[in-house]
Design a protein around this ligand. Structure first.
Ligand SMILES: Cc1cc2nc3c(=O)[nH]c(=O)nc-3n(C[C@H](O)[C@H](O)[C@H](O)COP(=O)(O)OP(=O)(O)OC[C@H]3O[C@@H](n4cnc5c(N)ncnc54)[C@H](O)[C@@H]3O)c2cc1C
Length: 384
């Protein structure tokens, strides 16, 4: 059996980032994925500028468009829009973006094995074992970056019982004139109960159209996406890759690391509950897990360090996003489109969102600007 310093399971943004950082620090790293790359991944492909800023290399080669205009629709009508004057997010197709991150990991020295479907991870006294169909490897550290249905989490008992919701995404091929009407524009559709939103993101030659709703909304997801296509006047457009996936969110201190295994990205439930964005947290947690594993290889205790750094850096941001989402959807349920129309006059709210997206601020910092509101919302949320 091959032995490695670290085996990373899953080469999405979290896994490729962890593998790159480990390999760049001199570790012998194997990264495995059940897929061949590039591979399709259902995703809006919205990369907040703060995510781009985390990376040590340019992503321009895979950026299809950038967005600087946010348009909000409620029950089919445009109720507000705001020009941020400069981009707050990049738009990518995940096949290109994820392949770029994997290439960076390989360039740093990580070895990649495709078509390797991991079925189990076992922890032993002095190593962990990664077991796939027809393949096994042993490592001092295993990083579970295998997404929201993580086999690494299931077979090690980590990251259980998290909050779940569901998202559905379609790639809609549209003529240039239609695409031009969405130029630099991120469209969000609101008004779903009890909460949820639809999105339209412009790419090259196509729109990414999708919906996120609470767990158990399987049928409603498809119907909502189809209604949105009608509403946009695109019933005859060619649709590719209509696919859904669950999104998991870590709300408290559910264990996501043990002596030899650390979960990152969606496997650890690191998606925020305001936008359901996960790529930022995937990349950052990959970096933190790699740092912790390297520290362990040099004699310091890793799992506590990884969970501690998550709890210090990522969890306050996820908590802030959850509180913002709770207040946002609460106002929306109570006052509907009227409240959204009124928000046109609350420029600072929009600016807070743009600043957090760009990484010039964080949700936690923006929330702290209204401490009494944050405290009241936290008390109500925690009492539920
Ligand atoms: C419809 C939808 C739209 C979204 N839109 C956005 C968005 O616009 N912006 C944003 O920031 N976030 C978005 N998200 C969330 C985002 O997609 C995830 O947070 C992100 O992909 C997490 O990255 P990851 O590396 O943790 O996992 P993934 O990207 O899911 O990668 C996991 C990898 O593990 C591999 N794998 C899985 N199981 C195994 C196994 N058993 N053995 C070997 N390999 C395995 C998979 O093949 C995959 O390559 C969206 C999510 C959904 C569902």
């Amino acid at each position: 059996m091959q032995r490695w310093d670290a085996v990373v399971v899953g080469s999405g943004p979290a896994g490729s980032t962890a593998a790159r950082e480990l390999a760049a620090s001199g570790a012998r790293v194997l990264i495995v994925d059940r897929a061949e790359f590039p591979r399709y991944k259902p995703c809006g492909g919205g990369i907040a500028l703060r995510t781009e800023r985390l990376l040590a290399f340019p992503i321009a080669a895979v950026v299809e468009t950038s967005v600087s205009l946010l348009q909000v629709r409620h029950e089919g009508t445009c109720v507000a829009s705001r020009d941020a004057r400069r981009p707050f997010a990049r738009m990518v197709m995940r096949n290109g973006f994820d392949a770029l991150l994997l290439d960076a990991a390989r360039a740093a020295g990580a070895e990649f094995r495709a078509n390797t479907h991991v079925v189990r991870v076992e922890e032993h006294a002095n190593h962990a074992r990664v077991i796939a169909d027809g393949f096994e490897a042993a490592a001092a550290h295993v990083i579970g970056a295998d997404g929201a249905n993580s086999v690494v989490a299931k077979t090690t008992g980590l990251a259980q019982g998290m909050y779940e919701c569901a998202a559905w995404e379609l790639e809609v091929h549209v003529p240039p004139a239609v695409l031009a009407s969405f130029s630099e524009t991120c469209v969000l559709g609101l008004g779903y109960r009890p909460w949820g939103y639809a999105w339209v993101f412009p790419k090259e030659g196509r729109l990414s159209v999708g919906v996120v709703l609470p767990a158990g909304s399987g049928r409603q997801l498809r119907a909502t996406a189809d209604a949105l296509i009608e509403e946009l006047g695109l019933p005859d457009a060619r649709i590719e890759h209509a696919q859904g996936h669950k999104v998991r969110s870590r709300r408290a201190h559910e264990p996501v690391a043990s002596d030899r295994v650390a979960l990152v990205g969606d496997a650890a439930g690191l998606a925020d509950e305001f936008t359901q964005e996960g790529i930022f947290y995937a990349i950052r947690s990959g970096q933190l897990a790699a740092e912790a594993a390297m520290a362990c290889m040099t004699g310091k205790p890793a799992p506590a360090r990884y969970e501690a750094s998550l709890d210090h850096e990522i969890m306050p941001e996820l908590r802030a996003a959850r509180l913002i989402g709770y207040m946002f959807y609460g106002m929306l349920r109570r006052f509907g489109g009227t409240w959204l129309r009124g928000s046109r006059h609350a420029g600072s709210l929009w600016e807070s969102f743009f600043k957090a997206q760009r990484g010039d601020s964080t949700y936690a910092r923006e929330l702290a600007r209204a401490p009494w509101l944050a405290k009241a919302a936290a008390a109500r949320l925690d009492a539920r």
